[in-house]
Structures are given as C-alpha cells and as structure tokens.
Write a protein that binds this ligand. Sequence first.
Ligand code: HEC
Length: 148
Amino acid sequence: MRPAVTPSRPRIRARIWLATCAALALVAVSGCSQGEIDVASENRDGAQLFYENCSGCHTLKRANSYGSKPEGQLAGGERSNGPNFNVRKVSKDDALFAIRNGGFSGAIMPANIVVGENADKVADFLAKYSGEDAGEGTDVQGSGQQAE
Ligand code: HEC
C-alpha cells in the first residue's frame, strides 16, 4: 500500500501548475493598475502618441506620463517641466494651438512634434482626459467657459 502522506506525481504536477497560474494572474492584475495607458479604445492612439511625444515634459496618468514637476515639490523644477494635465484642463483648440505653436509661450515646448491626423488624435485625447483631478475651484466650468 502506498503511504497516504506522499501525494502522487500527477497531483504534484497539478499543484505546481496551479501555483504558476496564480503567480501569473497576480502579475497580470498588478500590471493593469499602474504603468499602463488607461483610456477608451477610440482614444488609444492619442494616448499612445502623447506618451511617446509629450511625456518627457508633461504629466497625465491616463497616458502613463510623468514629465511635469513632481506633485508636492515646491522648489522650481526643470525648465522643461510642462503643465500637469491631471489637474490642468485643456480644450481641443488649446491643445492644437499649443502643439502648433510650441506651448502658449513658444519658449520651451517644440512646435509641431505631432502634425495632421496625429495632432488631432492627441488633442481629442487631451480634451477628454485632461483635468480629471482638478479641484472644484480650478474647474474651467467655474469660470463661465463652456465645458464639453
Ligand atoms: C520639451 C518639453 C515639452 C514637450 C516635449 C512638450 N511640451 Fe507641452 N509644454 C511644455 C512647457 C514648458 C509648457 C508651458 C510653457 C508654455 O506654454 O509655453 C507647455 C505647454 C503646453 C500646453 C499649454 C497648457 C497650458 O494650459 O498652459 C499644452 C496644451 C501642451 N504643452 C501640450 C503638449 C503636447 C500635446 C505635447 C506632445 C505633442 C507637448 N506638450 C510636448 C513643455 C513641453
């Protein structure tokens, strides 16, 4: 008779398989919660373009981008730290203006990093997802502007 305490080989294999699956599932779950582009499918291209072209200087968590001055840092940041779009809401027109002219000042941000259809996709993405963390007081709707 086989001793009852020693599991059979197929059973051990099944356990290893289960443990592997559990570990993989964990990796998959944690991968979704951070470091990912997180937008509706029609804005995916815009977010990806933003990540590739704008994340060096701008923050927007929906596009996994962290190029603005770190939140909570009081000292002056880098010259290239652009506005943080988690808190700054921009309209599509503003986004297109900034893309074509190199920001609002034309001093730091390069103009026309994205053009044509790509510029349009980035502007649509920004108009939809910028300003999600804006406080009530800084919401553009409070200033009488038309929200979309
Ligand atoms: C080299 C750094 C740099 C890159 C790359 C960059 N920006 Fe900027 N951007 C800035 C800085 C700095 C400002 C603020 C000064 C200004 O407006 O001129 C700014 C301003 C802006 C503004 C105006 C926001 C406001 O309310 O004042 C928008 C919109 C904008 N950027 C969008 C983009 C987009 C979209 C991209 C990618 C296609 C991009 N930026 C790439 C540095 C950058």
